[in-house]
Design a protein around this ligand. Structure first.
Ligand code: 3HC
Length: 297
């Protein structure tokens, strides 16, 4: 590993949905100062509520003291607008998977963030290279892909493009180690390692359900109890979010040579259109009580 060129003390997180809020929690828990940014006051409040809900659950379970929770919150500065990121050493974007949106954000981050700052994207399927060229510093742009739930999952995929500077990769690897996570560093291909392997399987499970071959409970029981996975594929889709899952599959299908395994199952699109997005909307393949376990309907 090369010399660590930058001290990373203050980080920015852009987008405070499921992933972004989880990423804020991971940084703040590990002593970093976080500038947490959203596009509007309403979205900011939802992000703040995501963080509060997660840390309150940790306190209720006795995994975090009230004092540590308050210290964690005091390290997070919630702000509307990218201009608040003027003093960060590292910023990670976690907005929805639309290339135009991400490119517009990166063009703005390039103007607002200090010259030494590393600009990272949490994209799960888009091209980091295409995002990087929206800036004048593509050598300081990198993919840093967390998994859901970010506070729990141990892996982070680091994606270096053909122009990412080696010292930027080294600095990000050191940062991920500070978070107590394990990284794998790879090049820029659709779905990277984990999603490239996972999403064909998830899509197949939706098709199996759609074709009435098996019930949702039986599909999930087969993989959970038969294969030792922590949750079945349909429950996992609900956790990831059906809109996010659809976008990942669609992008992988288009970027990955139209592999039919990644052609989104028609049911998935219908559920997204109907607003059945999984846990975050209260209903997906299963129905959820607020933040709770599935209830059968
Ligand atoms: N935030 C913080 N902590 C959480 C959490 C959350 N959202 N959800 C669960 N946890 C914690 C719980 O507090 C609990 O901690 P404890 O053991 O110290 O008490 C621990 O995780 C286990 O949770 P539960 O007891 O409630 O439930 P489970 O044992 O069923 O675990 C799970 C829940 C961690 C979600 C587990 O089922 C799991 O690992 N599922 C698979 C998740 C997975 O595959 N994620 C990757 C998805 S793909 C992806 O993210 C890529 C992206 O691009 C879409």
């Amino acid at each position: 590993m090369g010399t660590v060129a930058r001290e990373i003390n203050t980080v920015g997180v852009v987008g405070l949905g499921t992933m972004g809020a989880g990423i804020v929690e991971v940084f703040a828990r590990n002593g970093l100062n976080v500038v947490a940014v959203e596009i509007s006051e309403g979205a900011l409040e939802r992000g703040r509520a995501n963080l509060t809900g997660s840390t309150d659950r940790a306190v209720a379970k006795g995994k975090l003291s009230e004092q540590d929770r308050d210290a964690l919150h005091s390290r997070v500065d919630f702000q509307v607008g990218l201009a608040a990121l003027h003093s960060v050493d590292f910023v990670i974007e976690a907005v929805p998977e639309h290339l135009d949106l991400k490119q517009a954000i990166f063009a703005e981050l390039d103007k607002v963030c200090p010259p030494h700052a590393i600009l990272a994207t949490n994209t799960s399927s888009l091209s980091v290279t295409e995002i990087s060229v929206a800036t004048h510093r593509p050598n300081q742009v990198i993919g840093v892909h967390f998994f859901n739930p970010a506070p729990v999952m141990k892996l982070v995929e680091i994606i270096r493009t053909v122009v990412t500077a080696p010292e930027v990769v080294a600095d990000v690897e050191a940062l991920i180690a500070r978070l107590g996570k394990t990284d794998v560093t790879i090049s820029d291909r659709a779905g990277f390692i984990a999603n490239a392997l996972l999403f064909g399987y998830l899509n197949h499970a939706v098709t199996m359900f759609e074709n009435h071959y098996a019930t949702r409970e039986d599909i999930d029981a087969a993989m959970k109890l038969g294969c030792g996975l922590p949750m079945g594929p349909l429950a996992l889709m609900d956790l990831i979010g059906l809109d996010t899952a659809y976008e990942i599959l669609d992008t992988m299908y288009r970027r990955g040579g139209r592999d039919r395994r990644h052609a989104p199952a028609p049911l998935l699109k219908q559920m997204v259109t109907a607003g059945l997005l999984g846990r975050k909307s209260g209903r997906g393949f299963y129905t959820y009580e607020k933040q709770g376990s599935p209830v059968v309907v």
